[in-house]
Design a protein around this ligand. Sequence first.
Ligand SMILES: [Mg+2]
Length: 387
Amino acid sequence: MKKCLFIDRDGTLIVEPPVTEQVDSFEQVEFLPRVIQNLAFIRKKLDYDFVIVSNQDGLGTPDNPMDRFTAINDLVMRVFHTEGVDFDEMYFDEHTPADNHPNRKPGTGMLRKFIEGNGTEYDLAGSYVIGDRLTDIQLAHNLGCKGILLAQNGSVDDCREWLWEQHNSDGRALINDCALIAEDWDAVAAFLFAGDRRAEVKRTTKETDIRIEVDLDGTGRSEIHTGLGFFDHMLEQIAKHGQMDLTIEVKGDLHVDEHHTIEDTGIALGECIAKALGDKRGIGRYGFCLPMDDCLCQVALDFGGRAWLVWDAEFHREKIGEMPTEMFLHFFKSFSDAARINLNIKAEGDNEHHKIEGIFKALARALKMAKERDIHHFELPSSKGLL
Ligand SMILES: [Mg+2]
């Protein structure tokens, strides 16, 4: 079965002019950054049909004459063609919102003939609608595809909030129909070519009950509740400075002490990151950083598949917040064992709070560097052939 990318035009392939929201002249034609090279990459490496689906209000009327539209669209298509990108079909709907016509996005009217009548069987569940508006994600829902939203009109986090607030025809939040909120076309190509890097780990013992979700390609969003305020604050650093989304829910035996909560969170977080990394193809593998406040903190790491921890940091207070300082070493040991990484941690300085916060931030930056993925060099970064 064939898969398809249903792609919006204005705001997705070419820039949509503000105010008029209509490309009326050749001077207004401006391509989105790196759209051509990424579509060429997808065309070459993956097997999707490319179909443009676009609402063009009043097409064929004096406000949007057909000959002008056709001339501009032909130019856009010629530019794509010179870079090896040809679209299999193009559908433009002329109705306005007031017409409430089934052909107008998010209606599927225009596409029914393409899907049902061209002799090719389409795997719609494996297909995507790519666009910059709510209606594109609604179209994905109506077609039984998943949506990819280009965050043209705000940050990825703003768009995520927005998709949570909007609902599709069956009353569920639209976020459920969106496979990816992409910052740009590089992120779209990386997602389609290499998949997402999300994982969930649940770990329940008599001492702790833990659920962790990670999205290595997130934006730094976190929702963390371990019952230990200072520990939550440290784990938030990993999300924020590691540019990954992190949800951590821990119910630990804090009536005994903090030990099991901190140790088991380290284990589960390590497992979750290792799971999300998958086969590790294309990653940077190594990372290091030396952030400073009054302290010098250094965390070097290797996603090499073997666990090792070097710890060279001394703490002289018994606790910071509710967190015993003796648990710092224990957390990083548990984490590196479970994630199967080499961690080399060194810190010096006087302010104990700065020192441990610096270590967590340096770990986050090291993780960010090491997890970076390059789909144009999608090999395992190892001469051994295994990480
Ligand atoms: Mg658009």
